[in-house]
Design a protein around this ligand. Structure first.
Ligand SMILES: Cc1cc2nc3c(=O)[nH]c(=O)nc-3n(C[C@H](O)[C@H](O)[C@H](O)COP(=O)(O)OP(=O)(O)OC[C@H]3O[C@@H](n4cnc5c(N)ncnc54)[C@H](O)[C@@H]3O)c2cc1C
Length: 478
C-alpha cells in the first residue's frame, strides 16, 4: 500500500489525542497526500470522563468507547503496542498482542500514548487496589460492587460482611471525587434490591493527602461537595495518607484501620513510561515528552523534525498563562484541542506552510456526582446541584465523538430515566467456558491395553481405568 513518495505518518496511541489527530487528518489531507497509520493495543478510544458513570451503571460500557475502525476510514489501524521509537532512524518497534515484533518506518511520528495511574510504593496497593483509567477497570469496579452486595446479602452481620460493603477511594482530584460520588449513588440505589442490606451497613471513605479536594474548582465549591457527600454517607479524610493496603486492610496516617474489598486508586497519573523510556525523544523532569507550542517535539530553540506530540504524555507550554508550571494540565479539554491543531500543523508542514502555536483558555470544569447532583465552575461562576448535573450530562453527551456514539449514550440516559439503571453484572464473562466445560463430553482415555475407560460421574480417571481393566478381563474369565 505504501509508496516511497507518499509521506508516512505514524500515530502512537489512539486515545483522545491520537484518535482526534487521525480524524482531523482524514478531513484535511488530500487524496494521496500522506498515508496515516495508528497503532494502539486497544481497538477503541476511551471517553474517560464517562468511566465513573460506567462504574455506576448509568452508561453501558461499550457506549463509552469509540471503535477506531468504525470512524477512521482512511487510516491504517494496527492493534498492537509501540515498544520502541528510534527517531534517529525514523523507525518504531511495534509488538503485537501475541508478542511478535516488527519495525515500522515513518516520516512523521505523532506520540499520543497518554498516561497511566501513578502510584507510590505503599505496601499492598499494587496487589489490592484498582485504577480508573480504562473501561475494563470501570466495568470491574461495577461488577465488584454488585457481586459484593450479592455475597454480603448472604452473610450475618460481622467483619466479612463489613469488608464486602466497604468502598475506599484514594485521591480527591476530579476523577476520585466523581467515582466516589457515583458509586455512593449507585450503592444507595442498589439497596432497594437487597432488602437485608441497610444504608448504615455500607461504608464509603475517600482519602486525600492535602487539605482540600478538586483543585479545579474554588475552595467554596469544593467545601459544598464535601458537605453534600457527607450528607449522602460518603466521608472524605483530608490531610490523610494511605499507609498500607496489605490484604485489603486500609491503614491511614490518622491511625484508622478498616478492611475494604474495593480500593480504588486515583491519586495521580504519569506520562506513559513504556513509550517515553523506549523513545529517543527529549523528556522533561516529570517524564513527559518535551513539546513546543506548535506541538512539534523539542524546545523553543530546537525542533525535532518529523516528531509531534500532544495529550497527557506531553509537556506542552500553556501560552494562556493558566498552566501548572507553565505547561498544559493533563485533561481532555487540552488533548482534543491540541490534537486538532497538531493535525492542521502537520498538514501545514507537509505543504511548506508555517504551523501555529497552541492557545486555549480553560473553559471551566464540570463534574457529575451521582444521579441528579453535579458541580460546575468557570472563573467565579459556580453552579451546584441538579442544574450542574444537567450541564455535566449536556456537555459530555455532546462532547462524545461522533453522532453514532452521542446517540447511544444519550439514548441510554433517556432509557434509564424511565427504566432505572441496569444492575445486571456479567462477572462470569471472566470464565465464559465454565458451564460448557462442566458438562462437555470428552473423549474417553484409553488404558495401556487399549481398552476404553468409562468415566462415571464421581469417579476419577484412575478408578475408571481400573474398572475398564476389570471389564476387559471379565470375558476372559467367563
Ligand atoms: C476518570 C476520569 C475522568 C476524567 N474526566 C475528565 C473531564 O471531565 N474533563 C477533562 O478534560 N478530562 C478528563 N479526564 C482526563 C482525560 O480523559 C485525559 O486527559 C485524556 O484522556 C488524555 O488523552 P490522551 O490521548 O493523552 O491519552 P488517552 O486518552 O489515555 O489515550 C492514550 C492511548 O494510548 C494507547 N497506548 C498506551 N500505550 C501504548 C503503546 N505502547 N503503544 C501504542 N498505544 C498505546 C492507549 O491504549 C490509549 O488508547 C478524565 C480522566 C479520567 C481517568
Amino acid at each position: 500500500m505504501s509508496t516511497a513518495s507518499v509521506p508516512r505518518i505514524l500515530i502512537v496511541g489512539g486515545g483522545y489525542a491520537g484518535f482526534y489527530t487521525a480524524w482531523k487528518l482524514e478531513k484535511l489531507l488530500r487524496r494521496g497526500e500522506a498515508e496515516v497509520t495508528i497503532v494502539d493495543p486497544l481497538s477503541y478510544m476511551t471517553y474517560q470522563p464517562f468511566l465513573p458513570e460506567v462504574a455506576a451503571g448509568s452508561i453501558e460500557a461499550r457506549h463509552a468507547v469509540v471503535a477506531h475502525r468504525r470512524h477512521l476510514h482512511h487510516t491504517n489501524i494496527v492493534t498492537a503496542k509501540v515498544t520502541g521509537i528510534n527517531h534517529a532512524n525514523k523507525s518504531a518497534t511495534v509488538t503485537s498482542l501475541t508478542g511478535e515484533s516488527w519495525e515500522l518506518e515513518y516520516d512523521h511520528i505523532v506520540v499520543t500514548a497518554g498516561a497511566v495511574s501513578r502510584t507510590f510504593p505503599i505496601p499492598g496497593v499494587a496487589d489490592n487496589a484498582i485504577g480508573l483509567k480504562t473501561i475494563e477497570e470501570a466495568v470491574a469496579i461495577r461488577d465488584r460492587l454488585v457481586s459484593n452486595f450479592d455475597q454480603a446479602s448472604l452473610l450475618p452481620p460481622g467483619p466479612e460482611r463489613d469488608r464486602l460493603l466497604s468502598v475506599t477511594v484514594i485521591g480527591g482530584g476530579f476523577a476520585g471525587i466523581e467515582i466516589f460520588a457515583e458509586l455512593r449513588s449507585f450503592a444507595s440505589a442498589l439497596l432497594k434490591s437487597y432488602p437485608n442490606i441497610s444504608f448504615e451497613d455500607t461504608r464509603f471513605a475517600l482519602v486525600e493527602a492535602t487539605g482540600r479536594i478538586m483543585p479545579e474548582v474554588s475552595l467554596k465549591t469544593s467545601e459544598w461537595v464535601l458537605k453534600n457527600l457527607a450528607k449522602r454517607g460518603a466521608y472524605v479524610h483530608l490531610d490523610t495518607q494511605l499507609t498500607s493496603a496489605v490484604d485489603g486492610v486500609v491503614e491511614l496516617s490518622s491511625g484508622e484501620r478498616f478492611a475494604s474489598d474495593l480500593i480504588i486508586w486515583t491519586a495521580g497519573v504519569m506520562a506513559n513510561p513504556t513509550v517515553v523510556r523506549g523513545a529517543d525523544l527529549p523528556v522533561d523532569a516529570r517524564g513527559r515528552i518535551r513539546a513546543r507550542a506548535d506541538l512539534r517535539v523539542g524546545s523553543e530553540d530546537e525542533i525535532i523534525e518529523g516528531a509531534w506530540t500532544a495529550g497527557d504524555i506531553s509537556a506542552v507550554p500553556d501560552t494562556s498563562g493558566d498552566g501548572v508550571g507553565g505547561y498544559c494540565v493533563p485533561n481532555a479539554q487540552h488533548a482534543v484541542r491540541q490534537a486538532k491543531l497538531l493535525a492542521a500543523n502537520l498538514v501545514a508542514v507537509l505543504r511548506d506552510e508555517t504551523p501555529r502555536e497552541y492557545f486555549h483558555k480553560n473553559i471551566g470544569a464540570v463534574a457529575g456526582l451521582g444521579l441528579g447532583v453535579g458541580v460546575f465552575q468557570s472563573g467565579n461562576l459556580a453552579i451546584k446541584g441538579f442544574l450542574a448535573w444537567v450541564a455535566h450530562r449536556g456537555y459530555h453527551g455532546l462532547a462524545m465523538p461522533s453522532w453514532e456514539r452521542k446517540w447511544r449514550v444519550i439514548w441510554g440516559w433517556w432509557n434509564n430515566l424511565w427504566l432505572d439503571r441496569d444492575i445486571v453484572t456479567l462477572t462470569a464473562v471472566q470464565h465464559p467456558r465454565y458451564v460448557f466445560e462442566e458438562f462437555a463430553a470428552r473423549p474417553r482415555p484409553t488404558n495401556a491395553t487399549g481398552a476404553i475407560a468409562v468415566i462415571e460421574p464421581g469417579k476419577t480417571a484412575a478408578k475408571a481405568d481400573a474398572t475398564a481393566t476389570a471389564t476387559t478381563k471379565a470375558p476372559v474369565k467367563a
